[in-house]
Design a protein around this ligand. Structure first.
Ligand code: PLP
Length: 454
């Protein structure tokens, strides 16, 4: 792109664009926004001609990597043949996709209500859970149990299911939501000293909440198999099987939010496959199409779906773009690539290698308190003291300084004073991991020297 064109475009972006989680003043101070113009594999080029590694894989969503012509062709072909479905009809690609989802998801998850993204998928899951209970004669069940630190989307209802800084901007909170602890063994809210103890106590806390509020008021529990927003803490082995048993015991619907963890990210096709647990509803998006086009969905068990089969019982919701045929074509091709290129296995193997390499950094830098995660969702957590796990104050500027250095190394990676997380495309190779770890290592060394950290 010619320099003047790029500058004019940046100016126009600063004047007219409202980017996610950013303000335009800071973006301008940083010389941004960065305009990405082309990409291939794990790399992209910006309008200044600089090449970057996208260590965050879009929004932890570009699973097969950038530049896959087959996906573009599948979408193109569908667009030319039939870009949309005439009302009360479906297209062949939609049917093929939903059949495929029933095949690859665990257990008897059979029927998908399709959306355009993850927030809508979770909104849909909660609505299905509540309306399911009405159909079984338990209309008093409306509460939903989420977990502190989780993230289930940005829309009016589901944003309250988790917890993040700044939610108070949007008060009043949506009613009927209660929060359980996050099973993070590194900082267990329930004081568990081992991953196992933390898992058991945090699962038990969910049961305590159900009993406190009365099971006959609780519709669902929603949780990510591994929560990206809570820093990729992998719960101890007891957690998910216990959640399953607790929900069964109390007639509560278990919703697994696989928006990030689905489609190979954790080294299994779905996150819950690590524990052999089948939820009642699983939500998905992001990796389902590797973000080539927007699509998501909530897949439910046959038992739940059957309650909506009769005419007067149908699920009263419609989304114009939900499960769009062109997005469905892209998703279908994307899943085919994940399977045929062994990307789930690659995420497991390369993820383990990546984690080992990050652990080597933890041996060199004492301000790394924890290295954790699973598959290709990994986190390095910073602490000012390894004995107490105390965090650095934001005023130190650790996050900004590190981020600046990552960028200098050509790594698109954002650190906070607490942590930095990695979600590269699943097609990443060992030598690309080495390249990333080298850049991270240089950035940590320089920042440590500047801030006199050990
Ligand atoms: C676990 C999880 N659930 C749901 C969402 C919301 O998805 P979307 O941004 O597609 O609405 C996200 C988005 O980051 C997520 O990480």
């Amino acid at each position: 792109m010619a320099e003047t064109d790029a500058q004019a475009l940046k100016r126009a972006a600063l004047d007219h664009l409202w980017m996610s989680s950013r303000d335009w003043s800071r973006t301008e101070e940083e010389g941004g926004p960065r305009i990405a113009v082309q990409a291939d594999g794990i790399r992209f080029t910006d309008s200044d001609g600089k090449t970057w590694i996208d260590v965050r894989g879009g929004y932890s969503s570009v699973n097969v990597g950038y530049g896959r012509a087959e996906i573009a062709e599948a979408a193109h072909e569908q667009m030319l043949r039939l870009h949309y479905f005439p009302q009360t009809s479906v297209t062949e690609t939609q049917v093929r996709l939903f059949r495929k989802l029933a095949e690859i998801t665990p257990g008897n998850l059979e029927r998908t209500w399709a959306t355009t993204g993850g927030s809508e998928a979770n909104e849909t899951a909660v609505k299905i859970a509540r309306s399911y209970h009405r159909r079984t004669g338990e209309s008093g069940r409306y509460r939903v149990i989420g977990r502190r630190g989780s993230y289930h989307g940005a829309t009016q209802g589901v944003m309250w299911l988790g917890g993040y800084d700044g939610l108070s901007d949007f008060y009043p909170a949506y009613p009927g939501i209660v929060h359980a602890p996050q099973p993070n063994p590194y900082r267990c809210e329930k004081g568990g000293a081992t991953p196992s103890e933390c898992a058991v106590r945090c699962a038990k806390a969910v049961e305590d909440l159900i009993e406190f509020h009365g099971a006959d008021t609780v519709a669902a529990v929603i949780a990510e198999p591994v929560s990206a927003s809570a820093g990729n803490a992998v719960p101890g082995g007891e957690y998910w099987p216990m959640l399953r048993q607790i929900c069964d015991r109390h007639g509560v619907i278990l919703i697994a939010d696989e928006v990030v963890t689905g489609f190979g990210r954790t080294g299994k096709m779905f996150g819950l496959d690590h524990w052999g647990v089948v939820p009642d509803i699983m939500t998905m998006s992001k990796g389902i199409s590797s973000s080539y086009l927007p699509i998501g969905g909530a897949i439910v068990t046959a038992e739940i779906a059957d309650r909506f089969a009769a005419d007067h019982d149908h699920f009263r919701q419609a989304l114009t773009f939900g499960g769009h045929p062109v997005s469905a074509a892209a998703a279908l091709k994307n899943i085919e690539i994940i399977e045929s290129e062994g990307l789930v296995q690659n995420a497991a193997e390369i993820g383990a290698y990546f984690k080992d390499r990050l652990r080597e950094l933890a041996e060199r830098f004492r301000f790394i308190g924890d290295v954790r995660g699973i598959g290709l969702m990994l986190t390095v957590e910073f602490v000012s003291d390894r004995q107490t796990n105390e965090r650095f104050p934001k005023s130190l500027g650790l996050g900004e300084k590190l981020t600046e250095r990552f960028h200098r190394e050509g790594l698109l990676l954002e650190a906070s004073e607490r942590m930095v997380s990695f979600y590269p495309p699943l097609c990443i190779t060992r030598s690309e991991v080495d390249e990333i770890v080298d850049g991270v290592s240089v950035s940590l060394s320089e920042t440590a020297a500047e801030l006199s950290l050990r």
